[in-house]
Every structure is written in C-alpha cells, then in structure tokens.
Design a protein around this ligand. Structure first.
Ligand code: NAI
Ligand code: MG
Length: 504
C-alpha cells in the first residue's frame, strides 16, 4: 500500500500527533493508501511556512518569466508521470480509464497554460488620467497573499491545478487541502512539486478531514484568501468563516444544470449529448446535465432513443478500457444517491431505467449505481432541484421556448446548461436567457482553460480558468506618480498648506 506524509515547507513530515487514515478503492472497497491525518497543529505549521514564503519571498517578487519557467517545469513533470497518475486516479477515485487519462492530460495542459499566463506584465497605465507634467498613473496587479485552497474528489488532479495554476502564476503562496477520498492523488502532485524548482513553502499540502484540517485552515487568521470547490453547504459555511477577517473568497459549488432539447435538434446528436451530459463520470460532475428538458413534439421519440442507448452503458471495472461507468467515489456517496432515488419515487416521478445498486458479479464490492432515468418529473421535486451527484437524470417535458427558459431558471443553482437546436439564432436566444456561467450549444461538458468557468446564483462566486482566474488571485493597486512641481498647485483640499483655492 502507498504511504504519504504532509508537505510542509518543502519537506514530507508526519502529522504532529502521528495519526493517519486510509483512502479506499471504490471498485474493490480495499485500501489504496495510508496518509497523514493533518489537524490544526499541522495547518498552523503549513500556514506559517506559506506566510513566510510570501512575506520574505522570493516567489511573489520573482519575474514573471522566472515563475513561468518553473511552472512549465511542473507541467512537464505531470506529463512525464502521467501513466502512474492515471493508474492511481482509477484506483483511488473509481474514474474510468478514459476519464482518468483525459484528466491527467488536461491537468498538464492546464498547468502549461497558467505557466504562460505567469509571464506577463501585471501593470498597465491609466491613459485617460496620465498627463505629462501632471501625473503618471499605473494599475498594478499584485498577489493576494497566502491562499487556502480546498478541493473535492471528483476531478482530484485537475481541481488542484485549477487552483494552484492561477494562484502561483500571480505570485501567491498556498496551503492545499485535498478531499479525504482522494489524498494520494494530491500527494503524488505534492511529490512533483517538491521535486520542482518551486521554492520551499510556496505550496504546502495537508491531507485530512474537512471538519478537521479543512475547518482549521479556513479559520486561520494567516490566510488571505479561501478558494473552494465542493458542496454549496460547505461553500456557504466558508464564506461566513471568511467574513471574520474579510478573507477573499472564490467558490465553485453545486449545480443542477438544464439540458434543453428543442424540437428542431439533430435528434441522435442530442441523445448522445444528453447521455454524456448526465452520465459522464457517473454523474459526479458539477456541470452534469441532470435536468433534461425535451420539447413536446419530439418527447416520445427522444425518450425511446435515450432509454435504448442508456441501456447499453457498460458498468464495470474502471481500469478496463471498455467500461463506460465506474463506481461512485464512496459508500457514503452511493447511499446519498440511492436515497435521492427513493425520494424521487416517493415524490411521484416514474423511474423508467435503473434505480438500484447492482449487487452481483464483479460489481458486488463496488459503490455502483445503475444509470437511472426519471420521467414525469415536476420541476419543484427534490430530484429536480437538488444536486444528486450520481448517474440520475430527471426528464421534464416542455411546450414552448419561453416555458423551457422559465423552468430552467427556476433553480437556486446557475452553473451550466446546454441547448440543442439546428436554428443558430434560436439557440443563441435561449443561451443568452439562461442564468448560468456556462452554456453549450450543441455540446456538453466541454471546458477550455482559456475560457472563464464558474457559477451564477448559489453555484458560486468568482471565476476559475482563463485570464479571469488570474484576476481572482490579484489585488488591484493604483500608483499615482505626481509630476506637478509647483507646490501652490498641489494639496488643493487643504487651505493650510495650499492657500490658493482650486480647481481654478
Ligand atoms: P464537501 O463540500 O463536504 O467537500 C469538499 C471539500 O471540502 C473536501 O476537501 C472536504 O474535506 C472539505 N470540507 C468539508 N467540510 C469542511 C469544513 N467544514 N471546512 C473546510 N473544509 C471542509 O463535499 P462532499 O461531502 O465530498 O460531497 C457532498 C456533495 O457535495 C456531493 O454530493 C455533491 O453534491 C457536492 N459536491 C460538489 C462538487 C463540485 O464539483 N461542485 C464536488 C464535490 C462535492
Ligand atoms: Mg461533506
């Protein structure tokens, strides 16, 4: 079994009290790794190291070019380690081979993008204000400081990169707290970081439980910013926590995305898009298209095709290249999803596929849930309003474009969504009316590191990826360089030092 310690100030060390815990393979229910169980004392040390690395440098004051080179080195090391990272991701998170392979590849690519962004001039003149002989005015963007980054288990490597990439590109230092379900993944990244040219203390990684290490980190007065991805419930709690010291906050939270199929859609393509939207990674995606809106005229035909195709989804060992759907990450997540399915049935929705956990053959030990389709769903039901985070889709029927938009927006969430139509103008009209941070037209789940990603409403605050992500990790400083030499023309608010009333 793999073993890992905490990364603090460039060194791997055990937890202060020597405690450990295990991560579990969701396919076999066997342990994968034993890791340190970080708590407040460890968090204190990690924050002190990151604080020192920020306050004393050199990282925040290094040239963008130098930071860029070091981050590029990390991206290359991720690429070089990809075979082992893919294998571990499958083992520890139940990700299928294709998902794991894609995620590791994207992680290296995303880090490469942030490495490039690091190499830029973070200052710009304010042209409209600057005037020779009067003043020169600059806007400088400077790192926020020491960032606490708390991430989930569904994309354990990519979530780490989305957080570390922009923070490091802008010159911040970090304490990263991975999810308790996937600590080994984070520690493999920690090994890559420790082996890079990044100065000691710039990135510290504390494995442990949310209510222990996570809470201690969020509460710490030495933290300048909290960046979090996970449940809306914990996101709200952390935002409250942050208010005490007015820590900066970015949150990427839950979703209940609407996938809208209009009658003029390419039907087969929309069916595939709906399957991918709802069931990719067993539905454990914040962007999952879990509310599937289908227009009246095509509803029956669509449901027939969609169900037919959903029946061909192969559940199995996530390491097998032919497996479409792996287990959920944990027993807890499996139980959570099954309880939502029970609620849906109680609420009067009709379950036309799946609905149970397979309990025979090679699927017996794993935390599987069958692909599940509910029809006759009312948008007010819990299964249409709450994030389930499993392979469960709620299908809703609509008559008009206006009705689809109205129902889609009837949600506390606003993360993503999609529109399927062959009428470009109509699709754009609907896309613009959805109150969400991302909308795909005739696609699903496609995310680029060059485009901002984040939520409206209770799906979050701030944006990750793109240049917008970098802005979230910088403070804005205005520098006024005065060029007026005549003392009597300055300080014009004050009658004592500047007796001449101004402006003239
Ligand atoms: P969670 O929000 O409890 O956990 C996410 C991260 O926050 C983990 O690293 C965890 O250790 C940490 N955490 C938990 N409690 C904390 C606290 N009091 N203080 C500081 N950190 C804390 O999510 P969980 O329990 O893993 O999953 C529950 C539900 O959350 C899922 O069913 C899903 O609906 C949603 N979720 C959404 C994600 C997304 O990508 N937006 C990712 C993971 C979960
Ligand atoms: Mg939780």
């Amino acid at each position: 079994m793999r073993e890992y310690q905490l990364l603090i100030d460039g060194k791997f060390v055990p937890a202060a009290d020597g405690k450990t815990f295990e991560s579990v393979n969701p396919f076999t229910a066997e342990p994968v790794a034993r890791v340190a169980r970080g708590q407040k004392a460890d968090v204190d040390k990690a924050v002190a190291a990151a604080r020192k690395a920020f306050d004393e440098g050199p990282w925040p004051r290094m040239s963008g070019e130098e930071r860029s080179r070091i981050l590029k080195g990390i991206a290359e090391k991720i690429e070089a380690a990809s075979a082992d990272l893919v294998a571990l991701m499958i083992e520890e998170s139940g990700s299928t081979y294709r998902k794991a392979k894609g995620e590791v590849w994207l992680s290296g690519k995303n880090m490469g993008y942030f490495a490039k962004l690091a190499n830029r001039d973070f200052t710009r003149p304010i042209e409209s204000l600057s005037k020779p002989g009067v003043s020169r005015n600059l806007i400088a963007r400077e790192p926020v400081g020491m960032c606490a980054q708390i991430i989930p288990w569904n994309f354990p490597l990519q979530m780490a990169i989305w957080k570390l990439g922009p923070a490091l590109a802008a010159g911040n230092t970090v304490v990263l707290k991975p999810a308790e379900e996937t600590p080994a993944m984070a520690m493999e990244l920690a090994k890559i970081i420790a082996d890079s040219e990044l100065p000691a203390g710039v990135v510290n990684v504390i494995t442990g439980y949310g209510e222990e290490a996570g809470a201690a980190l969020a509460e710490h007065p030495g933290v300048d910013k909290i960046a979090f991805t996970g449940s809306t419930e914990i996101g709200k709690k952390l935002m409250g926590e942050a208010s005490r010291d007015l820590k900066r906050v970015t949150l990427e939270l839950g979703g209940k995305s609407a996938n809208i199929v209009l009658a003029d859609a390419d039907l087969e393509m929309a069916v595939d898009g709906a399957l991918y939207g709802a069931f990719f990674h067993s539905g454990q995606c914040c962007t999952a298209g879990t509310r599937l809106f289908v227009q009246d005229e095509i509803y029956d035909r669509f449901i027939e095709l969609f169900t037919q195709k959903a029946k061909t989804i192969r559940l199995g060992n996530p390491a097998d290249k032919g497996t479409d759907l792996g287990p959920l990450v944990s027993r807890k997540q499996q139980e959570r999803v099954l309880s939502y399915i029970a609620t849906g049935k109680k609420e009067g929705a009709r379950c036309i596929l799946g609905g149970t956990a397979p309990d025979s053959g090679e699927l017996k030990a794993g935390y599987f849930v069958e692909p599940t389709i509910f029809v006759d769903v009312d948008n007010g039901m819990a299964i249409a309003q709450e994030e389930i985070f499993g392979p469960v889709v709620s299908v809703l029927r609509f008559k008009t474009e206006e009705e689809a938009i109205q129902l889609a927006n009837q949600s506390k969430y606003g993360l993503a969504g999609a529109v399927w139509s062959q009428d470009a103008e109509k699709a754009m009209r609907v896309a613009r009316k959805l109150r969400t941070g991302t909308v795909w037209i005739n696609e699903y789940h496609l995310i680029s590191e060059k485009a901002p990603f984040g939520g409206y409403k209770q799906s979050g605050l701030g944006r990750e990826l793109g240049e917008d992500a970098l802005e979230e990790y910088t403070e804005i400083k205005h520098i006024h360089v005065d060029e007026i030499g005549d003392r009597s023309k300055k300080f014009w608010y004050d009658s004592v030092v500047s007796p001449t009333p101004q402006p003239a």
